[in-house]
Design a protein around this ligand. Structure first.
Ligand code: NI
Length: 127
């Protein structure tokens, strides 16, 4: 195995420690490996999407990012069948997009939301 050093902030360290305790991982390296395997599997699943597809995109974000979503969604109107936006609690919202159309556009939309650091959780589910 190759040793790689990474920088993590305090919040992530806390989350890792919690995961280690709750899920019974033997160490931090094991958690990081599991997380990366998960991300690689997700990415492969996405890469396998081809042609016309149906998918669900789930986003959880802080309320103040509402405008961000509204401006981003305009580029993808042609694949958005249904868009549901609802408040979860005092300062968080959930967005559900039912998508149908060209897989490249759906993958592009997912990627744009996923690389946006202001959004807490972005998940694409292929149907
Ligand atoms: Ni909202």
């Amino acid at each position: 195995m190759t040793i790689v050093s990474i920088s993590l902030n305090e919040d992530i360290i806390k989350d890792i420690n919690r995961l280690q305790k709750n899920l019974g991982f033997s160490g931090r390296s094991e958690i990081v490996r599991a997380g990366l395997r998960y991300m690689i599997a997700e990415q492969k699943e996405k890469e396998n999407l081809q042609g016309e597809v149906s998918a669900l995109l789930l986003i959880i974000h802080r309320e103040e990012e509402d405008d961000q979503i509204t401006s981003m969604r305009h580029d993808y109107e042609e694949v958005i069948n249904t868009h549901l936006h609802s408040k979860i609690d005092k300062d968080r919202c959930v967005e559900v997009f039912l998508l149908k159309g060209e897989s490249d556009l759906i993958k592009d939309m997912t990627r744009k939301f996923q690389i946006n650091k202001k959004l807490d959780h972005v998940k694409l589910i292929a149907m």
